[in-house]
Design a protein. Structure first.
Length: 328
């Protein structure tokens, strides 16, 4: 890959490091799946069936990927609640056995490396090499238009810096993130996790406050956005909350699809309220973010571009109408 090289990272296996400066919006990787499990709640048999379809070389490569096995059983619940029965109990038992097992297994490698794909999950051989950060400089997206997992820079990345992705929801607080990342078998040491949150002047403390507020805003707006936006249009100060959410994401350096969706909702609400100039600015921002984090060939980019075109058309029609009035 012309953008990065793989290096050994002490106590972390391998990582991907930028060879030259990488500009925000650059597609760093487009990766085909190695192994696909089409269902979200997978079992040993599902992974085995997919593994059996691989060539001997592909099977050998699969076992070179990182595995989060060998975890201390004391770090996990001692038992499964009696109310959990049947296949769900079997699924939990299989995955727990893989985590605490002494050797890598099909499941331990899959649950360490898989990424969401079309309602299921897949292992992508090159994308699997990127390490985690709660303040990543890149993001991954399944692009159904090209049938590949893409990795895009969401920040300018200096030469020599490690390229990182987020394995968890970065709006969550530190304790929740640590629980989510526990399944991967490591404790995050990024500057959001390792900094001193008790020092109010530290970046970690400010970041923690931003993430807490983002969680609040997510809860306050979740049923008034997207397909429920008609309720948001009618809610007083709704746009103000979305603008605050967008501002917090900007301060965190989060320019992912979540930010694009926020700006799109701002644009649509402003369009309904007749504030077309602000709607155009927000829609253009949404389009730029989605293209930067997923690429111009990502299917949703057409939707964003359509909103920009429609709002611009309305502005032009209004300007033309105003000119006609002036002529009279």
């Amino acid at each position: 890959n012309g953008f990065y090289e793989i290096r050994v990272v002490p106590e972390k296996g391998f990582g991907c490091f930028a060879i030259n400066p990488i500009k925000r919006g650059t597609r760093i990787l487009a990766d085909s799946p190695l192994l696909i499990v089409p269902i979200a709640e997978y079992f040993q048999t599902d992974i085995q069936a997919a593994f059996d379809k691989l060539t001997h070389a592909e099977q050998a490569f699969y076992f070179t990927l990182h595995s989060a096995h060998g975890q201390d059983p004391a770090n996990w619940p001692r038992r499964i609640h009696d109310s959990v029965v049947g296949r769900e109990r079997q699924r939990i038992e299989e995955q727990h056995k893989a985590r605490v097992g002494k050797e890598p297994s099909l499941i331990s490698i899959f649950q360490t490396n898989c990424m969401e794909k079309d309602g299921g999950a897949a292992v992508f051989p090159n994308a699997a090499r990127f390490n985690h950060s709660c303040n990543p400089n890149a993001c991954f997206t399944w692009n159904p238009a090209i049938q590949k997992e893409t990795v895009h820079a969401i920040k300018d990345i200096p030469a020599g810096d490690q390229i990182t992705l987020a394995y968890c929801d970065t709006t969550h607080d530190k304790a929740t993130r640590q629980w989510e990342l526990k399944h991967y078998g490591f404790l995050c040491d990024c500057h959001a996790c390792s900094g001193d949150e008790s020092d109010s002047s530290s970046w970690a403390a400010k970041s923690a406050a931003r993430r807490y507020r983002m969680m609040e805003l997510q809860q306050e707006t979740r049923y008034k956005r997207g397909k429920f936006l008609e309720f948001g249009v009618k809610t007083e100060a709704f746009v103000g909350k979305l603008l605050e959410f967008a501002k917090l994401m900007n301060e965190e350096g989060d320019y992912t699809a979540r930010a694009a969706d926020i700006y799109l909702d701002i644009a649509l609400v402003c369009e309904q309220h007749g504030d077309l100039n602000f709607a155009r600015l927000a829609a253009q921002k949404a389009l730029q973010i989605i293209m930067d984090c997923a690429g111009p060939d990502f299917p949703d980019a057409k939707k964003y571009a359509g909103v920009v075109k429609r709002i611009k058309g309305k502005i032009e029609m209004k300007s033309q109408a105003d000119r006609e009035v002036e002529k009279r």
